[in-house]
Design a protein around this ligand. Sequence first.
Ligand code: ATP
Length: 199
Amino acid sequence: MYLKRIEIHGFKSFADRTTLELSPGITAIVGPNGSGKSNIADAIRWVLGEQNARSLRGNRMEDVIFAGSEGRRSVNFCEVSITLDNADRHLPVVFDEVRVTRRVYRSGESEYLINQQPCRLKDIHELFMDSGLGREAYSIIGQGRVEELLSTQPEDRRGPFEEAAGIVKFKTRRKETERRLEESAANLTRVDDILAELT
Ligand code: ATP
């Protein structure tokens, strides 16, 4: 699997639709300070479902939409797509190419798509879980993250290792099952209460 293409439109400093075609191997993006290099990494994390505005270096989620510049009006929506070559079936789907899109409007409406089909954020998380490319995965190490990884508590550092070991999927399912069990237990208690009232 490799990242083939990044399309950015209206995201942060990318007011116009911008397409970056990448080849297998190493790609370096260079540019002066403030020219938008980190915004590309932010765009990738955002399309993968990042929900925390602060980790995208903003205060609110709308901060990712191009806010205007000298001589350029702000825009009302932004969209990012990444296309992954999946010929090796690293992602557990039958497609040779997987294109993931996220779109958001200033009004707050948002949309996720996998290969042009609308989907839920949960589908995106499940698609990338344990692939190394998930929202919390180790494939994007932002500025300062190396120090953070080295200095934080061992428990906090476990995340990337668990992702690499491929057990995040099972931990997530376990959490979901535990939540359902708790809900069922609460429902049973309610049923018992009702039965006690009736008898
Ligand atoms: P450095 O080399 O200093 O780390 P960089 O090339 O990584 O810089 P970025 O941090 O990606 O640069 O880009 C910062 C630029 O993006 C700033 O000029 C900032 O004004 C612009 N920017 C960020 N969010 C928005 C937005 N919502 N609308 C317009 N411009 C934005």
